[in-house]
Design a protein around this ligand. Sequence first.
Ligand code: NI
Length: 457
Amino acid sequence: MNQWEQLDHEKIFRDPVLGHIYVQYKVVLNLINTAEFQRLRRVKQLGTTSFTFHGAEHSRFSHSLGVYEITRRICDNFQKNYPTKNKNDGLWDDSERLVALCAGLLHDLGHGPYSHTFEHIFDTNHEEITQAIITSEETEVNQVLKTVSPDFPNKVASVINKTYPNEQVVQMISSQCDADRMDYLIRDSFNTGAQYGAFDLSRILQVMRPYKDGICFKIVGVHAIEDYLVSRFQMYMQVYFHPVSRSMEVILNHLLKRSRFLFSNQKDDNQKKPDLLIPLFKNKVSLKDYLKLDDGVLNTYFIEWQDSDDEILSDLSKRFLNRRPFKSVVYDKHSAYLIKDMKKIIEDIGFDSNYYTATDNSFDQPYDIYDPDSNHHATQIEFMREDGSLVELSEVSPIVKAITGKLLGDKRFFFPKEMLNPNQNIDLFEEKYQYFNTFIHNGMIQTSKGENNYDFN
Ligand code: NI
């Protein structure tokens, strides 16, 4: 097949966030129709966040199409306004379009169900799996990519792992203002209903331009980029780090941990064996095993585990399915020493602290400048002045300067809600409950009230 072969009629996907998604190339439509890409319909983009923001049920499929579409719009703009005239002029070479579109479309192919928890528990890495799906001969995605050229799968994979030689293509898919981040921010904001995640996408696309070292922005675009970064910061604080979603993630994590424990200790023989998870429990997971997993598979096991003879597995399953989050308190280095005592009381009351407590740190850097000594090299956001010189964003934006390089977020300790509202054994344990609650109320550790649409009590 000629790699640039177009469909007889342009294919249009309606999208609630971007309006329309336009597909012109046969290879792109063929990729969308592969089994591996269709699996993404069955993995939610935001995992447990929908327990807090019920609208956030959108899938990795819609996000992936969105990243494709934003990449396509960037290519269109570059080709219209900055087409290369000779090899080293640093402008856009449109023969790079197909590799950019495919990388944008496929960048999240390796995400597992409830991805962050899942990766953490089973020690998998979605980026490595994405590359494996693209380059392994056994996948449909690989077969379709090879119709372009034998080395095309490797080219697409190298864009995703950032080793592709054309920096413009790499930065389109991964940088501090790329098609991936722009799509998830705007899509997550739309679906959660958290309006402050919205920003002016079309303006950003207008001011984005190629140059010899990658992608930068026209100086007139400072405010559009500033607004995007502030939106990103607010989405992290209000949505991605929401304590209830994190609490549901803790329960999910403990649930999978318990199931693996029971399996490896040959306990709970009455429990129906979770056949699809066994390769993970044994740390022998093939690509084929991995691609069978999705949110529905996990949820089905949770429904079955409610009737398990193992009390912990059954109880945690019910807490997860019926949305019974743990409570949490913020702590810092001055109050961290209290956690040991709190755990002890929780144990005394009868909860196994391995499964009923957790600590979680959620921190993010809203923006960072390039630091040659840092392990992960942030591609800083730069603007091109009228005279062609470059200036880094925090130099021209006091707002961005204020958040540059800062780690923002919090540390929390999670525990069963029953610790705050005792309803059993009250005589026996009243003193302990009261003691526990003095920790919560003494001002050193404070329960924080949730924002938005959730009633914390
Ligand atoms: Ni993504």
